[in-house]
Design a binder for this molecule. Sequence first.
Ligand code: GLV
Ligand code: MN
Ligand code: MN
Length: 385
Amino acid sequence: MLEVLAGIGRNGRTGGYRRDAWSPPELELREWFRQEADARGMDRHEDRNGNLWAWWGDPDRKPGVVTGSHLDSVREGGAFDGPLGVVSAFRAVDVLRARGFTPNRPLGIVSFSDEEGARFGVPCVGSRLLTGILPPERARGLTGDDGVTLAEVMRAQGRDPAALGRDRETLARVGVFVELHIEQGRALTAPVGVAAAIWPHGRWRFDFHGTADHAGTTALADRDDPTLKYAQAVLAARGVAEKLGVVATFGKVMIQPNNANAIPSLVSAWLDARGADEDAVRRLVAELSEGQEVVCESWTPEVTFPAALRDRVAAIAGHPAPILPTGAGHDAGILASAGIPAAMLFVRNPTGVSHSPAEFAEPGDCAAGVTALAAVLADLCGEAT
Ligand code: GLV
Ligand code: MN
Ligand code: MN
C-alpha cells in the first residue's frame, strides 16, 4: 500500500510530498481510502467534517475500537507521517482476518481531514471540528495563501460547509482510539514505542509592517523595513527558547509584495512554539509578542494519554514497549483532550528526521508496527465467541 501511495503528490525533483487538504493529490488519497475499504467489504462513510471512516461491524450497535491517522502532509513532507497509520490500520485488519479473528466490538479505520494545517493554518481541523474544539464558523473562514476559504474549497468539492461542527453521532461510535504513527524524533531505539504525552504547542502569526519604497533610491537611514523586525524576531525566538528550555520555529514567512527591488510593506511570519512546560511556552510567546501585532491561530494544551490504556498498549506492543513523550501534534491528542480514551503507537525512525523528504522507517519496523497494532486491536475488541 505504501508503494501505491508513493507517487501521489510527490515532487519528483525533491522526493517531498505536497498533499494539502482538498487538493488534487489529497482527493486521490481519499479515493484510495474508499477503494481499500470497499476491497475489504467495510462500510465506509465520510462524516460532515470531511473525515473518512471504514467499519468492520456496526458501530451503532456498540461503540467501536478505532485506529487510523491522516493522509494529508506538510509541504515537502515525507511518505510516512500520516499514511503509515492508515496503511497499518488496513494491514492490521488483514492480519486479524487471516488469523480467523472475529472482533467482539466493531473495528473502525479513520483518516482525519487536514491534520497538518498546511493549507489553512490550523492543524487537526477534522478532529477539532468533530470534537467541537474548533468552532465551525471559524473553520469556514480559514483562508489559504491563495485567499480561498475552507468553506469555498469544500463547496467546490461538493461538501456542505454549513454542516461542519461537533458531531455527536460519529463521536459516539468511537469507544477507544489508537493511532499508529512514525516517530518524529530520535528518542525511540526499539522498533515500536508508545506515547506518554504530547507537548503543549501552538501557532502565532506575527505581522511586521513597514513602508514600501525603492530598493535603490531610498537611503538606509530613511527606510522602514519590516524584514529587519522579522529578522530580530527570529533571533529573539532562538534566544528566548534557549533560555526557557522550549523550541520555537519561524517556518513560514510571506513578504508583501515580494519584489527583489523594493522594500517590503509587510512581513507575515508564523511562530510555532512548543515545550514540555506550558508556562514556559506561554512566557516565550508573551516575550516575543511584546510591542508586536500577533494573532494566535491555534493552541493545543498538553495531552497526557490515559495511563491504564497506555500501559496496556505498551504491554501488548512490546516487553513492554518503551513509553515516550512527543513534541509532535496528533489527532489522537485531540480525541484524548475531548475525553475519548486514546493511545498511540510509534514506529522507529532511524534518523528521527520528519516533516522532510528524508523521513524514513525500515520495512521491518513498519511490519513490527502492524504486528503490534493488530495485537492491540485484538485485545481491545476481544474475540467473539
Ligand atoms: C504535526 O505533525 C505537528 O506536530 O505539527
Ligand atoms: Mn506531521
Ligand atoms: Mn502526523
